[in-house]
Ligand binder design. Structure first.
Ligand code: NAD
Length: 337
């Protein structure tokens, strides 16, 4: 079966392409290389002995998307990762985010809507919950007003999909990721943020390798045991595997609703200081860090209730925080040294 992975050369997409190929799927990747590089294809090939078909297309170009679906009329499922994802940048340039994340989604759905049957998996985010009242967060927790244009594109994206699926033959699964980290154990693929990393773990590994002088911890006066923010860090390979399972659920028509939603996390929250300590342990490096003021928009705590994904998908995150950090460190060393 042929599966389209948009954004398939990015961080989560590339790991998902590997898992799809491992399961025998034929993969076609669309990516415009705005936040990735074609060399990722070699990393994927080194792991799986197979290079996916690659189409360098910008999904904001409606005509190019139409042409793609004419050429690949035998696509059985789409996993849609392609999006811009930097929260701060989205605040400075909201239209870039609405254009990229919404137009891309709409153009793909327009093509899928014309098919007799279509299966669509969407990269959503735990940001839709904002600061949830109860921990761990279930899929039924209320959606809070988005705190950034980026977050808003995920909420709007979910709404668009729900409305389109109601009136079409598209079935969809919305996957709400918590905090993906780590890299493939081979260190052939991993996270390669362009510029200053926005997320904790790449910042940590870049500091450990000497690329950044010091790590800033944003606030240690939050109402948490050590005062720093708590997140649910999930190994990217565990996350990638969940996509394959979700896709199989749609392909085998096991879904019970036209649109299903699942949290993907480990179910365990870790504070920033706990992550630093765990990283120091696995890397045998002392991390220089300083406590600075809170960062606007950060929620205090967010970790997943993963019962639904465990029960319905039969999926569970297997890797520990230490294993995920170890893989991130191995990748950082491979890339920089
Ligand atoms: P990434 O930036 O590494 O990957 C996205 C890929 O999409 C990149 O290769 C980029 O070049 C490509 N792309 C962007 N716009 C495109 C366009 N118009 N046409 C074609 N290709 C385009 O990001 P990621 O971390 O792998 O995230 C994947 C998805 O998961 C995104 O939708 C993101 O919003 C979502 N998500 C990520 C996180 C996270 O922490 N990484 C958390 C929750 C949700």
């Amino acid at each position: 079966m042929k599966i389209l992975v948009t954004g398939g050369l990015g961080f989560i997409g590339s790991h998902t392409v590997v898992e799809l190929q491992n399961e025998g799927f034929d993969v076609v990747v669309i990516d415009n290389l705005s936040n990735s590089s074609e060399t990722v294809l070699t990393g994927i090939e080194n792991i799986t002995c197979k290079k996916p078909i690659f189409e360098q297309i910008d999904l904001r170009e409606k005509r190019a998307v139409q042409k793609f679906f004419q050429k690949h009329s035998d696509i059985s499922g789409v996993i849609h990762f392609a999006a811009s994802k930097a929260v701060g940048e989205s605040v400075e340039n909201p239209l870039l985010y609405y254009e990229n994340n919404i137009h891309s989604l709409v153009y793909i759905l327009q093509e899928l809507q014309q098919k007799n049957e279509a299966n669509f998996i969407f990269s959503s985010s735990c940001t839709v919950y904002g600061q949830a009242e109860a921990m761990p967060i279930t899929e039924n927790a209320p959606i809070q007003p988005a705190m950034s244009p980026y977050g808003n594109t995920k909420q709007i994206g979910e709404e668009i999909i729900i409305e389109v699926c109601k009136v079409s033959n598209i079935n969809s699964i919305l996957l709400r990721y918590f905090n993906p980290i780590g890299a493939h154990s081979s260190a052939e693929i991993g996270e390669l943020p362009i510029g200053v990393p926005q997320n904790l773990v790449p910042f940590i590994s870049q500091t450990a390798i000497g690329l950044r002088q010091e790590l800033s911890v944003y606030g240690n006066d939050y109402p948490t045991p050590d005062g720093t923010c708590i997140r649910d860090y999930i190994h990217v390979v565990d996350l990638a595997k969940a996509h394959v399972i979700a896709l199989q659920r749609l392909l085998q028509k096991k879904n019970v609703e036209k649109v299903e939603t699942f949290n993907l996390g480990t179910g365990t929250g870790s504070s920033v200081l706990e992550v630093i300590t765990a990283f120091e342990k696995v890397s045998h490096q002392k991390l220089p860090y300083k406590i600075v003021a809170r960062r606007e928009g950060d929620v205090v705590s967010a970790y997943a209730n993963t019962d639904k994904a465990n029960r319905v998908l039969g999926w569970k995150a297997n890797s520990s925080l230490e294993e995920a950090l170890e893989s991130a460190w191995k990748w950082e060393q491979k890339v920089r040294l």
